[in-house]
Design a protein around this ligand. Sequence first.
Ligand code: BTN
Length: 323
Amino acid sequence: MKLSILNILRNHKDIFISGEELSRQLGVTRAAIWKHMKQLQEEGYVIESFTKKGYRLLFEPPKLSIEKISSNLANNSLAKKILYFETIDSTNEYCKKNSESLTDGTIILSDSQSNGKGRFDRNWFSPKGKGIYCSIFLKPVISTYEIYKITLITCAAITEVLIKQGVNAQIKWPNDIYVKNKKIGGILTEMKGDMDRINYLVIGFGLNINQDSKDFPQDLSSIATSLKTVYDLEFDREEILTGILNKLEKYYKEFQHSLNFSESLDIIRKHSLVINKNVTLSKGKEKISAKVLNIGDNGELIIDRNGREECIYSGEISLSINQ
Ligand code: BTN
């Protein structure tokens, strides 16, 4: 229904169409039309409405150019197939639901998510036409125990590409990207498998690119930001996305081949937001206060806890920096 309304508005470009006419054409009540208009506005469509005149479409959020993305990813083994959606509940959920039919090296991209997922069942704010919401479906031949390193490799690829764009990106171990002490990106790696074999792996990443500060809900605005908000510039989402996928392919191939991820580790250490900081690590109800000393050669966090050195592997740990 929403799409039918949108198509009628598109066909009436610059001309008002009344709620009555829309409800006649689509066979639904005017209240239903109003509800869908509200949803479209929440998704970023600018629709003018006047009681006597009706509705008029003024602006549509930009769509990712799949042509540009595909041509920049020719021969990329992570993107042998690209599935694009204007909107979806969650690109990660799509991968999990369709894991039987998806093949290794499939990218799921969406211009918005209605139920984007973060770690610890949090929501990932995914407004239309402004961010990058991407999942990579893979069937790697790697031991299950090594999989957590893929998140770190992805962090490194994202950070490197952002730095090349002039962005002062930092990594908050193990899966967050920060700029000016606020979060602009996160990675959610999910997998199915047993001890010996991975059935499939999904690397999902979300980046806040061209959101304006007013786009963020109040509860997020103190902790999250976007590149546009920080640098007062529009960034090229396609260029960033394909840059990341090309960098990640290089690191992933090397890791699959030799389990070597030293180049990623160098980036993670160099651009770490947590090394030398006092932090609180939470695992369920347990909380640990510590100072981060370094990131170890296996990607683990090396901490000083009450004068004793300990290693922390990411697992279900969340980290916050003490002020
Ligand atoms: C986090 O910081 O907690 C991880 C956020 C991951 C968000 C991305 S957006 C694309 C993919 N699909 C999802 O539902 N989540 C990931």
